[in-house]
Write a protein that binds this ligand. Sequence first.
Ligand code: ADP
Ligand code: MG
Length: 243
Amino acid sequence: MISIRGLTKRFGETTVLDAIDLDIAAGERVVVIGPSGTGKSTLLRCLNFLDRPDAGTITLGDVSVDVTRASKKDALALRRATSFVFQNYALFANKTAKENIMEALVTVQGRPRAQAEQRALDVLAETGLANKADSYPAALSGGQQQRVGIGRAMAIGADLMMFDEPTSALDPEWVGEVLDLMRRVAERRQTMLIVTHEMQFAREIADRVVFMDGGCIVEAGPPGEVLDSPQDDRLRRFLRRVA
Ligand code: ADP
Ligand code: MG
C-alpha cells in the first residue's frame, strides 16, 4: 500500500535521510527505533510533506509522487492520505477538544460543520473523553491532551497514521492510557508508522521493527528478530542503552 523509494532529505550539507526504501502493507504496524538525531522524525515529516524531501518517490494508495516534481496538488494528496500524532500534541490552545478534532475535518476535508461536530463527538466517545468535549487543552492532563491528538488523527480516517514519539513528552503516569488507545487503534487494522522508545510496546504492537541510524535503515524485521537477535553492532549498542 505504501512504497517509499530513494527518499532523501538534506539540511544544508547534511544528508539526514539517505535514500530510504520502505514498503508498508495495508494494516501493517511498523515501529521505527533508533538514536536521536538519526532522521526518524524527518522520515515521518517527509512522508506528508511537512518537510519537503529532496529526492525519491512516495506511493500511497493510488497517489504516486516523484518528490522532485511534486505539485501543490501532490503534496495535498499525500497530506490527505496521512495523519500525524505529534510528541507535543500540537493542539490549538484556543480551541476546545471537540473544536481541535473538527478543525481538519472542516478546513482540509471540507465537511459541513454539523457533520464534523458529530464525527468529533463520536471520536471523543471512542477515546473515553466524551465529557471533555468542551474543555480547552490547558484544562486537560497530558494524557488527555495526547488522546485528543490521537482522536484528531483518527477522525481524519487517513490511510496511514503516523505517530512521532507520542508518549515521550508525557509524565510516566499518563503513558499507559495513551498506549492503550494506540492498541485500540491497532486492533482495527489501521496502518500505523510509529516512532517510539517504548520497547515493550514495540514488541507487542509491531508487525515489523525498523532500526534507523545515520539517516539509513540499518536493520528491519519482526520484533522477535530485530529486538532479540540484533545483527548490527549499532543496533546492539542502541538496545543495550534503551533496555
Ligand atoms: P530523530 O527524530 O531521529 O531524533 P530528526 O529527524 O529530528 O531525528 O533529525 C535528524 C537530523 O536532522 C538531526 O541532525 C537534526 O539536527 C537535523 N534537522 C532536523 N530538522 C532540521 C531543520 N529544520 N533544519 C536543520 N536541521 C534539521
Ligand atoms: Mg524525532
